[in-house]
Design a protein around this ligand. Structure first.
Ligand SMILES: Nc1ncnc2c1ncn2[C@@H]1O[C@H](COP(=O)(O)OP(=O)(O)O)[C@@H](O)[C@H]1O
Ligand SMILES: [Mg+2]
Length: 234
């Protein structure tokens, strides 16, 4: 199989049912899909349609009620918690709406955080952090604290932090949700560059269709069902 056709994420009849008291609330109702290596995919749909639930299942941040998630062909429900954590650390990078940076640390130190447990020597960690910051266009801002950076720059630090383990896949949940339109466009530009130049597979939840222009496919979720797929000439 050609490398670009490899399926990095596959779901089969994926269900997530939240139990609230005695009531079952189905948040995902049998989602089957395939993400190929190197794709940039947008996940859109109304609030409460299950976007975050689906993204969290892709990222093994949560376990499905029923159905399978395969990452690189491995059914993650069969992995122990340790192996799951390892898979998350090695293959996945997460970016959220809130940047979740540590306020008292510089940009470079924030980016280094995920590497601390890696066993890499301090010098190699620092090099990696600087490299990741350069990749998101933050050369020169390494020593700035989050409060000394704009919202868009803070999100770029968060993306750099997600890149330190060289993830194959970036899962971004409304990464521009807290940003003005100019900063949002910059963040989409960074994700697009990572996708095009670095071969990172990107799956992004967004409310804003204008931000999906680089996406190869747009998936529409409604009431926990994948309602529609639009293929784009990105
Ligand atoms: N931890 C939870 N417990 C109970 N219900 C939840 C939980 N997380 C999400 N839900 C419900 O599942 C549905 C889908 O939520 P979510 O995936 O967050 O939607 P979206 O990201 O599209 O806004 C919503 O109705 C939400 O209220
Ligand atoms: Mg959400």
């Amino acid at each position: 199989m050609a490398a670009q056709n490899q399926e990095v994420i596959v779901t089969n009849d994926l269900w997530k049912i939240y139990r609230l008291g005695k009531i079952d609330y189905p948040a995902l109702c049998g989602v089957s899909l395939k993400v190929r290596r190197g794709e940039f995919i947008a996940l859109v749909g109304p609030s409460g349609s299950g976007k975050s639930t689906l993204l969290n299942l892709f990222g093994a941040l949560d376990r499905p009620t029923k159905g399978q998630v395969l990452i690189d062909g491995v059914d993650i429900s069969r992995l122990s918690d340790d192996k799951l954590a390892e898979l998350r650390n090695k293959k996945l990078g997460f970016v959220f709406q809130t940047f979740n940076l540590l306020a008292y640390m510089s940009a470079a130190d924030n980016v280094e955080v995920p590497l601390i447990a890696s066993g890499k020597p301090s010098r190699a960690r620092k090099e990696k952090a600087l490299e990741a910051l350069a990749l998101v266009g933050l050369k020169g801002f390494e020593l700035n604290k989050p409060s000394e950076l704009s919202g868009g720059q803070q999100q770029r630090v968060a993306i750099a932090r997600a890149l330190t383990n060289d993830p194959k896949i970036i899962l971004a949940d409304e990464p521009t949700g807290n940003l003005d339109s100019k900063s949002a466009a910059e963040i989409i530009g960074v994700l697009n560059t990572l996708n095009k130049n670095n071969g990172v597979t990107v799956i992004m939840v967004t409310h804003n269709l204008q931000l999906t222009k680089y996406c190869h496919r747009v998936w529409w979720l409604k009431d926990g069902i994948l309602e529609k797929e639009v293929v784009q000439n990105a």
